[in-house]
Structures are given as structure tokens and as C-alpha cells.
Design a protein around this ligand. Structure first.
Ligand SMILES: NC(=O)c1ccc[n+]([C@@H]2O[C@H](COP(=O)([O-])OP(=O)(O)OC[C@H]3O[C@@H](n4cnc5c(N)ncnc54)[C@H](O)[C@@H]3O)[C@@H](O)[C@H]2O)c1
Length: 346
């Protein structure tokens, strides 16, 4: 992989400036804060491209990825397009010799991840995924407490996000574009859980998936292509631990916590603002509540820049980013097949 003398030598750009969450601006700001040099924006929506041009004076602007790859000497590109386009856009950039940071989820299928990993290797380019939430306050606080052994040995993690509402009329509600109900937020919460399970060197061995469809579909714009109403992934690990992920838009009694981590000495409830530790005591359960530390998303691009300059180990490797996708892909396939599927590692 090409190395750079200093972070400011790394010319960076984004593909997709993004209307929904202004993610193009977020990436360029984080890249700039890490010392790299914003150089190019590619966006097919001309109005958004104009906004980007105004916000980043002197930046190169393109409406075609192929043209940008031909004309620009940008070194690292963030791919911020809808999920079903990630593999196509990432492969296009890698095969043009550009390093890539792909937004989460890295892809929809394991096979796409494996093609991207092979292309990065072949073209000697960096490939990473924007797992900014690796540095969320809840993850930083939870990891610290669990490492200290506050709940003993973790044996079960249950991740859930649920509610009762019609999926919105946007691409996130389309299964063929988003990957399904498990993908958008599921990949973040799986990444939290996999960090915790990595503390015990757990390797996943098989995944089972279940899905309910057909309730919301007729009431949404996406109709037959609408995400599942609810889906569940169950992951078995070689250590005897297990992990479940439930995402639902048809649950009228959702679980209050995002992650429920159960250990031999107690349970840790992880939420965005705060946490609870529940431990059995002489007179019933003792509950300790606290606030999470401040998150630090800036660490993501700081690590990428340090890796490209000083060979600091990359934290979000493509092999790491493949793990949650592998779970989601196998859960999808298992739900159709009706049996658990063995995992593979890249
Ligand atoms: N990490 C996070 O915290 C976080 C937050 C929000 C979104 N995301 C991720 O960011 C990605 C984009 O989501 P979004 O909500 O910003 O979607 P969006 O639809 O608002 O933005 C996607 C942009 O890509 C552009 N685009 C599509 N095809 C293109 C092409 N061929 N060339 C150039 N531009 C093209 C679209 O015009 C659009 O502006 C998704 O992967 C999503 O999961 C991550």
C-alpha cells in the first residue's frame, strides 16, 4: 500500500454527498480534522453537488465516478451511497488504484465483502468501513466496565431495536436496496456486541435467522420489496457464548435496552445515554446506574491517517467489517432455508 510522509499529503474525497444526514460533509470534516486534505466530491444530484462546492471552496466536483477516477489524483475515497451500491462503487475505486472507506454496512452479502477484500489486496489499496460507532460513548463505557469484570464472564448478548410503525418511504425500507430490516442499525449494534465477544476470543460458528413479512408491505410505497416486519439473527460461538439480534417495526412491547449483556455475576444494559448494572444481592437485585462517557468518532479517521502514514495497525480492518455482514447474510439465507448455516472466516 502506498505510504505518505504526512497526513496532509493524503488527498481525500467522497462519493455521495447525501441529503438525509449530510454524511458527505461529516466525512470530509472528520478527514480534515485528522489532517487529510479534502480534494473531490462526486454526487449525481446536481443540487447537492452545488451545495458541496459552496461548502468546500475550490474542491473538485464530479457527477460521474468514472470521470472522477480518470481525472482526479485523490488518494482515499469515502463511499456514502445506498447499501446495494457499495460493492459496485468500492470495486470501481479499488480497481482504479484508490484506497476506500466504505460507509457501513460494508456490503449486503459475504460474497461481496470477499470480492472487495480480494480487490484491495490485488490493487495494494486500503479498505476500511466507517464504523464510527466503534467509538460511541456507550461502547467505550461498556467495554471498559466489562473488561474490568463487573458482570463476570459474559455468556449471552441480546441486541434489540424495535417499535411499532410503518416503514418510511425511502430506500432504507426497500429490502433489495437496504439488505433488509436487520441491516441499517443492526450492523452498528452487532459491531458493539462483536467487540465485547472479541474480549473472550470468541469465534462465531453458525447463524440461524427468522423473519416475519407481509404486514407492513401493502401499506408502504415499497410494497413487495418492503423490508421484513421483524427479523432475528441467532449466532453461536465456539466458546459456548451466543448473541441474538432482533430488529422490528411490528413490536408493540419493545425491550427497553439496546444491548442486554448477561454475565455470570450480573447483567449490563447498554443504551446510548446511560447504562445499568444489575447484580443479584442478599436482599434482591442491586441496580447501579451511570452516564456513558462522551463518544469520539474523530478517532476513526485519525487511525486511518496514522495507518497510511505511520503503519499504525488499522482498527476497522475489512475482515472485521465482514463479520457483522456475514451474520446478516447468513441470517437472511437461514430464514429462507429453515436451518442454521455454518460460518466462514476471511
Ligand atoms: N455511520 C453512520 O453513522 C451513518 C449515518 C447515516 C448514514 N450512514 C450510511 O451512509 C450511506 C448513505 O446513507 P444516506 O442516508 O446518506 O443516504 P442518501 O440516500 O441520503 O445519500 C446517498 C447519496 O449518494 C448519491 N449517489 C447515489 N449514487 C451515486 C453515484 N453513482 N455517484 C455519486 N453519488 C451517488 C445520492 O444522490 C445521495 O445523495 C449508507 O450506507 C448509510 O447506512 C451511516
Amino acid at each position: 500500500m502506498k505510504r505518505f510522509k504526512k497526513a496532509s499529503d493524503i488527498k481525500v474525497g467522497v462519493i455521495g454527498y447525501s441529503g438525509a444526514f449530510c454524511m458527505g460533509r461529516v466525512h470530509l470534516e472528520d478527514m480534515k480534522a485528522a489532517g487529510m486534505t479534502p480534494t473531490a466530491v462526486c454526487e449525481i444530484d446536481k443540487k447537492l453537488l452545488k451545495v458541496a462546492g459552496k461548502e468546500w471552496s475550490g474542491i473538485e466536483t464530479y457527477t460521474s465516478i468514472a470521470r472522477m477516477l480518470k481525472k482526479s489524483d485523490v488518494d482515499l475515497l469515502a463511499v456514502i451511497t445506498p447499501h446495494n451500491l457499495h460493492a459496485k462503487h468500492v470495486l470501481q475505486c479499488l480497481n482504479a488504484g484508490k484506497s476506500v472507506c466504505c460507509e457501513k454496512p460494508l456490503a449486503i452479502t459475504t460474497e461481496e465483502c470477499d470480492r472487495m477484500i480480494a480487490a484491495a489486496k490485488k490493487n495494494r489499496c486500503l479498505l476500511t468501513t466507517y464504523h464510527n460507532r466503534h467509538w460511541d460513548g456507550c461502547a467505550l463505557t461498556g467495554m471498559k466496565q466489562i473488561k474490568k469484570g463487573v458482570i463476570g464472564d459474559v455468556f449471552r448478548i441480546e441486541a434489540h431495536m424495535a417499535g411499532y410503525s410503518k416503514p418510511g418511504n425511502w430506500w432504507r425500507s426497500s429490502k433489495s436496496i437496504s439488505g433488509g430490516v436487520l441491516y441499517d442499525w443492526g450492523v452498528h449494534v452487532l459491531e458493539y456486541a462483536l467487540q465485547i465477544l472479541a474480549l473472550s476470543n470468541a469465534k462465531m460458528t453458525e447463524v440461524m435467522g427468522l423473519a416475519k413479512t407481509g404486514f407492513w408491505a401493502p401499506k408502504t410505497k415499497w410494497k413487495a420489496d418492503t423490508n421484513e416486519d421483524e427479523a432475528l439473527a441467532i449466532v453461536r460461538f465456539n466458546t459456548g457464548q451466543w448473541l441474538t439480534l432482533t430488529m422490528s417495526s411490528i413490536d408493540s412491547n419493545p425491550k427497553p435496552s439496546m444491548l442486554e449483556i448477561t454475565g455470570t455475576k450480573g447483567t449490563y444494559l447498554m443504551n446510548h445515554g446511560d447504562y445499568e448494572i444489575i447484580k443479584p444481592g442478599k436482599d434482591g437485585n442491586k441496580v447501579t446506574k451511570g452516564k456513558n462517557v462522551q463518544g469520539d468518532w474523530g478517532k476513526f479517521y485519525k487511525n486511518v491517517a496514522d495507518h497510511m502514514v505511520k503503519k499504525t495497525p488499522l482498527i476497522i480492518t475489512p475482515q472485521w467489517a465482514r463479520r457483522p455482514i456475514h451474520i446478516l447474510d447468513l441470517a437472511n439465507r437461514s430464514a429462507k432455508l429453515g436451518r442454521a448455516i455454518k460460518t466462514t472466516y476471511a
